[in-house]
Design a protein around this ligand. Sequence first.
Ligand SMILES: [Zn+2]
Length: 260
Amino acid sequence: MIDSHCHLDLNAFAQDIDSVLADSRKAGVTRFLIPGTTVPGWQRQHTLASANPDIDIAYGLHPYFLSPSMDDNKAQLRALESQLASSHASTVAVGEMGLDGVVDIPMDTQQQVLEYQLHLAQEAALPVILHHRKTHHLLHKALKDTGFNRGGVIHAFSGNAQIARQYTDQGFLLGIGGTVTYPRGSKTREAIKSTGLEHLILETDAPDMPMSGRQGQRNSPAYLRDVVIILARLFEKDAQSIIARTTDTYYSQFQRRSQE
Ligand SMILES: [Zn+2]
């Protein structure tokens, strides 16, 4: 079972990261992908990946943490460019990047930073981890405008079958996490069922997006099986085949390079 999106570099895990990793492995997690959020976070990700061969990482600038000043953001994009140029084999993607319709950063700033990161990923021949929140139409536009064609994952996918299909047609996987464990996630469950298991990978978004029944608790990769159980029911398969299929799908998109 692979947690394709967990923010284990964040302060929420600073005190007990080793036991979180141990508990998660015991619960059946075989690989973790830690997406990037900010420049200072990249060092922590690199340290974790160097110490743990089952941790993959991605470097990126998350839309939540952008500066309202485009000059500051440009400096961060330059830092990202050199980070990617010197990155280790554990770097399997660029992100987390995207567009957030709720956060207080102007949308045109978010769009410029996203488009630049798509361009860097294209140059580096890496897939991306995309964040969305009420922004599916703008994301499609950014993908089209930049001609980005390296694929990746739509993190925390929620939406209808038509939106899901547009992404999979563009070569993206759908990241499936806590949303589908709630009764109100029925639209997303129907959408992913019609899209097909072969386009899905598992994620928790830990420490955020707690699973149904675990509200108010810190989320952890150790709870990833909650998502597997929902998918097993939805696709009428056993848990083991959901795990096997989503694991293969992860590796079809996120691969370490053999440069080490
Ligand atoms: Zn995230």
